[in-house]
Write a protein that binds this ligand. Structure first.
Ligand SMILES: Cc1cc2nc3c(=O)[nH]c(=O)nc-3n(C[C@H](O)[C@H](O)[C@H](O)COP(=O)(O)OP(=O)(O)OC[C@H]3O[C@@H](n4cnc5c(N)ncnc54)[C@H](O)[C@@H]3O)c2cc1C
Length: 549
C-alpha cells in the first residue's frame, strides 16, 4: 500500500463498470484521477469550415464539459476530485507521472489511430521510468483484436460473420464504491476548473443554439432507465423500423452520445437489455433488436481496427474506388441545409442544432450527398458528421459512410432514398421540416416536401418565395439519381480496389469519360432541368479531377 496510482480518463467518463478506475484504486495509497483537455480534440481543425460556422462542434464540446463536471461531482462524493489539465496529453502526462511519483498508470484501451499513437508514446515513457501500465478493454463489448484472432487473423467483413465469432461479452464489473483513495501531493501544480464553453473561444452563445442532449454519466443512467422502462418497447424494438422524423420523442434510445464518451458502459447497457429480455420472454433478435444495434457498433469497431486506411478510399482494400466529384458549392449547400430539398435541409439543421439525428435521417442525407444525388466523396460528408455529431465516433462514422456511399459492406447502389417521398411516409404534414426550417412553417402540406412546385400565390401567402427566402433545388433528383447510378455502375464494372498508379489512371480515365457523357446528357435536358442544374453549378465549378482526397 505504498504506490501512487493514476487513472487517466479520456473516454470512459464514468464510475460504473470502469476497469481502469478499479485497477488504479486497488492497492494504491493515493489515486490521481486525471483528464487532459487536448487542444487537438477541442478544435480539430478550426479552418475546416467557413467563418459563419466557426461554432461547429459546439454541442460535442459542451457535452464533454458537462460529462467532466458530472464525473467530478461523482468523484467528490467518493472523497476525490477530477484533476483537469490542458495541453498535448503526451508531454503533460510525462511531466505529472514523474512529478507526482506515479507507480501505476491505468487507462481504457482505445482503438482510434490518433489515440493509439498517443497511448504508445505514453506507454514508452512509462516503461522507461518503470511505471506499470494497465490498459483494459471496456469501451466495447469485445476486444476487437480477440475477434480478429478468432476469425483467422482478419476482421469479419459481414455482420453475420461477426456475430458468429463474437459469442458472449464479459459482464460489467459489479463493484460500487463508497470512497476512493485520497489524492496525493500535487507539488504546486495549478489545476484548472472545468472550463465553461464560452471560455474555450466559443464566444457569446445564446441558449437556443444548444442541443437538448445533455452530457454526463448521471444523464446517461437516467436516459437508460427511461428507455428501458417500457419493456414491451425494448422487446419489440426493430430497426430500421421507426420514425426518423420524430424529434419530440425520438424513436430510438439516443444513447449514442453517452456510449461515445463512455458515460454509459456498453457492457452494462447490454446486461440491462438481457435482463429486460428475460423478464419479457419473446423479443426481437439481431440485427434489428437493440442488442443487435450494440453489435453493429462492435462490428464496425472490429473492421475498423483490422483494416489499414479504414477512414479513406485510397489504399483501403475494402473500399470501392469511385471517381467522386469535387464540388465545394454543393458540399456547402448540403452542409448548411441549403439544398432546396426540405427533408434533407431539416435533417442537416437538426445536426447543427442538436448534434444528433435518427439513423434513417443520417441515411437520407448521406445517400443524398454521395451515391443518391450530389456524387460527392463520402470522406467530405464524414468530416462534417465528425465535427458536428455529439456521438461522432471514428469507427462507426467511417463504417457507416462506407456503407451509405456503397463503397463497402452494402452494394445495392440502385436503391436510393428519395429526398421528397421518403420523409413524407412518416411525416406527411412536415412537422419535422416546419420545426427545423421555420422559413417553411406556413407552406401548405401539399408542397412542404417540394416547395418549388407551389404556385407563386401560395408561396406569397406562406411568406416564403422559393429562390429568395428558401433555395431552389440544387439538382433535379430524377436526373441526378439516374446519373449517380450510371457512374457507380461504371466504377463497379472496373472492379477497382486498393491502391496503385494503375487504379489512379483508370479512375481518371473513367472520370473523363463520365464528363463527356455529362455533356451528351445535358443536350437532352429540358430548359427547366438545365436551369436547375445551372443554379447548382453557379456557386462552384465541377472540377475535372474528381478524385480529391
Ligand atoms: C452516415 C452515418 C454516420 C453515422 N455516424 C455515427 C457516429 O459517428 N457515431 C455513432 O454512434 N453512430 C453513428 N451512426 C450510426 C447510428 O445512426 C447511430 O448510432 C444512432 O442513430 C444513434 O442513435 P441511438 O443511440 O438512439 O441508437 P439506437 O438505435 O438506440 O441504438 C443503440 C446503440 O447502438 C449503436 N448503433 C445503432 N446503430 C448503429 C449503427 N448503424 N452502427 C453502429 N452502431 C450503431 C449506437 O451505439 C447506439 O447508441 C451513423 C450512421 C450513419 C448512417
Amino acid at each position: 500500500m505504498d504506490s501512487n496510482a493514476m487513472v487517466w480518463f479520456r473516454k470512459g467518463l464514468r464510475i460504473h463498470d470502469n476497469p481502469a478506475l478499479d485497477l488504479a484504486r486497488r492497492g494504491s495509497k493515493h489515486l490521481f484521477p486525471v483528464f487532459v483537455l487536448d487542444p487537438a480534440y477541442l478544435d480539430p481543425d478550426p479552418s475546416a469550415f467557413s467563418p459563419g460556422s466557426a461554432r461547429s462542434g459546439l454541442n460535442r464540446i459542451r457535452f464533454l464539459l458537462e460529462s467532466l463536471s458530472d464525473l467530478d461531482s461523482s468523484l467528490n462524493k467518493l472523497g476525490s476530485r477530477l484533476l483537469v489539465l490542458r495541453g498535448d496529453p503526451v508531454p503533460v502526462l510525462s511531466r505529472i507521472l514523474k512529478d507526482w511519483n506515479i507507480g501505476t498508470l491505468c487507462f481504457e484501451f482505445d482503438t482510434e489511430p490518433y489515440s493509439q499513437a498517443r497511448d504508445n508514446q505514453v506507454k514508452d515513457f512509462a516503461s522507461r521510468f518503470g511505471i506499470r501500465v494497465f490498459s483494459p478493454v471496456s469501451h466495447t463489448l469485445f476486444n476487437p483484436a480477440d475477434i480478429i484472432e478468432q476469425n483467422g487473423g482478419k476482421p469479419p467483413l459481414t455482420y453475420q460473420a461477426f456475430v458468429k465469432v463474437a459469442g458472449q461479452p464479459h459482464p460489467p464489473l459489479a463493484e460500487t464504491y463508497s470512497c476512493l483513495p485520497p489524492i496525493g501531493d500535487l507539488h504546486g501544480y495549478e489545476l484548472l476548473d472545468i472550463p465553461r464553453i464560452d471560455e474555450l473561444g466559443y464566444g457569446d452563445i445564446s441558449q437556443e443554439e444548444f442541443s437538448p442532449i445533455r452530457g454526463g454519466e448521471s444523464e446517461a443512467l437516467k436516459r437508460l432507465k427511461e428507455s428501458l422502462k417500457n419493456k414491451e418497447w425494448v422487446a419489440k424494438f426493430e430497426k430500421p423500423k421507426g420514425d426518423p422524423s420524430a424529434f419530440l420523442k425520438p424513436a430510438t434510445t439516443v444513447l449514442s452520445p453517452y456510449l461515445k464518451f463512455g458515460c454509459l458502459s456498453s457492457r452494462y447497457f447490454y446486461q440491462c437489455l438481457q435482463n429486460v429480455y428475460k423478464a419479457v420472454g419473446k423479443h426481437t433478435s439481431p440485427p434489428v433488436s437493440l442488442v443487435g444495434q450494440l453489435l453493429w457498433r462492435e462490428f464496425f469497431y472490429t473492421v475498423a481496427f483490422g483494416t489499414p486506411h479504414f477512414d479513406q478510399m485510397k489504399g483501403n482494400k475494402i473500399c470501392k474506388q469511385i471517381p467522386w466529384n469535387d464540388n465545394e458549392g454543393l458540399l456547402v449547400a448540403w452542409r448548411e441545409g441549403q439544398t432546396g430539398y426540405p427533408w434533407i435541409d431539416a435533417i442537416m439543421i437538426q445536426l447543427k442544432k442538436w448534434g444528433w439525428m435518427h439513423h434513417l435521417a443520417r441515411h437520407s442525407v448521406a445517400c443524398f450527398l454521395t451515391r443518391g444525388d450530389l456524387f460527392i466523396h463520402w470522406e467530405k460528408g464524414r468530416d462534417v458528421f465528425e465535427r458536428q455529431l455529439i456521438d461522432s465516433d471514428w469507427a462507426i462514422n467511417n463504417g457507416n459512410w462506407l456503407w451509405l456511399s456503397c463503397s463497402s459492406f452494402f452494394y445495392q447502389y440502385h436503391r436510393i432514398y428519395s429526398p421528397t417521398t421518403f420523409g413524407k411516409k412518416y411525416d406527411p404534414d412536415g412537422k419535422f421540416i416546419r420545426h427545423f426550417l421555420p422559413v417553411l412553417k406556413d407552406m401548405p402540406k401539399e408542397y412542404i416536401y417540394e416547395p418549388w412546385s407551389a404556385p407563386l400565390s401560395v408561396q406569397e401567402k406562406a411568406k416564403c418565395i422559393i429562390g429568395r427566402d428558401y433555395p431552389k433545388p440544387v439538382v433535379d433528383h430524377a436526373i441526378a439519381s439516374k446519373e449517380c447510378k450510371r457512374r457507380i455502375g461504371e466504377a463497379y464494372a472496373l472492379k477497382l480496389s486498393g491502391d496503385s498508379t494503375e487504379i489512379e489512371e483508370k479512375l481518371s480515365g473513367l472520370q473523363r469519360k463520365l464528363e463527356e457523357d455529362d455533356k451528351d446528357i445535358s443536350k437532352h435536358m429540358s430548359l427547366k432541368q438545365r436551369r436547375i442544374a445551372n443554379n447548382c453549378l453557379q456557386e462552384a465549378e465541377v472540377k475535372a479531377d474528381g478524385v480529391d482526397h
